[in-house]
Design a protein around this ligand. Structure first.
Ligand SMILES: [Zn+2]
Length: 508
């Protein structure tokens, strides 16, 4: 096949915005269609033109169909024979007729990666193809591309926006002083002094802003809270389980939209930014800066910093306490830090770092859904029997040694671990610094923890047939091994441990 310009292979997006014919440069198909147009206008057959220019009919046919890039000498000869100038044939745009434009568009669409992925049969846009059928095919391809783009745009956009915001927050050490200040003033005005913020204080905060908190059974499924600005009401889900910080947090987030003067978000990035700010505000209220920094500074002085103590002192979840540490440790105690929430499937769900720990990333720099190294504390903790307290571990990575503290939990979506870690030099401030547990990670090298051992791989490569979970495929778009989204090492180890002991696998 003739070398085609990359532009011709780009997927067809919005035909109105991105004409399939490249604006500049030589496109074999466009040139071919122009030759065909002028040949047919003259009423010549391919054989006649071939005779005139001294080229084989088959060669000209390939040129006209864009399968072969014509040499300049042939173009000059063809132009002379057809009574046009070479630049008439080389002019990339606009196409000479509506019919030719449709033919070019159909050919481009049929060669697009989308059409190839779908394995659609190719229709040759020969003269026998009626123009209305050609129009219908082109229209179908446009609609197909439009639907494909629409279904693709949201997750793509979401990943980009997530990464952008993570980078912004990293640059400010995950610390937003204005929101800290605002929250501090509001909780103090509501009577807060030390320890956990009470439900009563949250209700008073809402009241100070002219709102009452009302628990209802029938909140819309797509909402977490709804605020009635006209009547000054914040609707929350029913308070079925007393205690915990979930409801206080939801009420505070609803209040946050108001005090931070949020407008309806105009973009996904803005939506995420607002989401980050209301979470930040709620965290600042539940673990107010003055009280939190005082507590943490005392623990640091005693070389006894621990997420679990911080959690218990303020009556919040382990995750909320761990995440709040990332706001305060660097900005107020001079300690760089990282935080991860990892599922029991090994995927990173939420992460923050300003200490250089090498998070797994995809090609766009996004970390969400990426598999975390099996040797990291966030994953080794799942193998620990006693999970009632935090687990501590040193991990050697290509970016240096880190000390980490991990705690597991479970939710409706399965098990998860919450990890806080710091570079080796800062471990001295933390409880658990004396752990003897130490692992070595060389990720992202495949040999670290993703490639199955040679003997095991040989044994199972042709004997394993795992069926991938949709969930795993969505989160891990990069194929590992033969089955997209399936982890060969996990599958082979599973097969090894469950295989009948008395006989080998069939045909082995
Ligand atoms: Zn690894």
């Amino acid at each position: 096949m003739a070398p085609l310009r990359v532009a011709a292979l780009e997927p067809l997006t919005d035909p109105a915005l991105a004409p399939p014919v490249p604006e500049t440069g030589l496109d074999a198909l466009t040139v071919g269609r122009r030759i065909r147009h002028h040949r047919q206008a003259k009423g010549w057959t391919l054989a006649q033109l071939g005779e005139e220019v001294g080229a084989a009919q088959s060669q000209l046919s390939q040129v006209e169909n864009g399968k072969r890039e014509p040499r300049l000498s042939l173009i000059t000869a063809v132009a002379r024979a057809l009574g046009v100038t070479p630049s008439d044939l080389l002019d990339p745009a606009p196409p000479p007729s509506r019919r030719a434009a449709l033919e070019i568009e159909l050919d481009h669409a049929q060669r697009s990666p989308l059409a190839r992925t779908l394995g659609l049969p190719e229709v040759r846009s020969s003269r026998k193809l009626p123009t209305d059928a050609l129009e219908a095919l082109v229209e179908l391809h446009r609609e197909l591309a439009r639907r494909h783009d629409a279904s693709n745009a949201t997750p793509e956009e979401a990943r980009r926006a997530n990464t952008e915001i993570r980078m912004l927050m990293r640059a400010v050490d995950n610390h937003l002083p204005e929101i800290e200040e605002l929250a501090e003033d509001l909780v103090r005005a509501a009577g807060y002094t030390v320890g956990a913020l009470t439900h009563r204080q949250v209700a008073r905060m809402a009241g100070d802003l002219g709102f009452s908190i009302i628990h209802v059974e029938d909140l819309p499924h797509s909402t977490r809270t709804v605020t009635d600005l006209a009547h000054g009401r914040i609707y929350l889900p029913p308070a079925s389980i007393p205690g915990g910080h979930g409801l206080r947090s939801l009420a505070l987030q609803a209040i946050a939209h108001r005090v931070l003067e949020h407008e309806r978000p105009a973009s996904y990035t803005q939506f995420l930014r607002q989401r980050l700010e209301i979470n930040y505000f709620a965290a600042c209220c539940l673990l107010p800066r003055s009280a939190a920094v005082e507590f943490l500074s005392a623990a640091k002085a005693d070389k006894d910093l621990a997420v679990e103590d911080f959690r218990d002192a303020f009556g919040v979840t382990h995750e909320a306490a761990a995440h709040r540490l990332t706001n305060l440790l660097t900005s107020h105690l001079g300690i760089p830090v990282h935080f991860l929430r990892v599922g029991d499937d090994g995927a990173l769900y939420r992460g923050y770092e300003n200490d250089g720990v090498p998070f797994p990333e995809d090609s766009s720099g996004a970390i969400e859904g990426q598999p975390v190294c099996r040797r990291w504390t966030a994953r080794t903790v799942f193998d620990v029997r006693n999970r009632t307290t935090e687990n501590y571990q040193y991990t050697d990575t290509p970016a240096g040694t880190f000390w980490c503290s991990s705690q597991t939990g479970s939710s409706d979506d399965g098990g998860f671990s919450i990890t806080v870690g710091v570079p080796y030099a800062h471990a001295k401030w933390f409880r658990g610094r004396d752990t003897r547990v130490r692992t070595k990670s060389t990720c992202p090298e495949a040999a670290c923890c993703r490639r199955p051992p040679e003997g095991v791989a040989e044994r199972w490569a042709d004997q394993a047939w795992p069926s991938a979970r949709l969930h795993a495929q969505t989160l891990a778009p990069l194929p590992s091994g033969r089955f997209p989204g399936v982890d060969d090492l996990e599958v082979y180890s599973f097969l090894d441990s469950h295989a009948p002991r008395t006989q080998g696998p069939p045909d082995a």
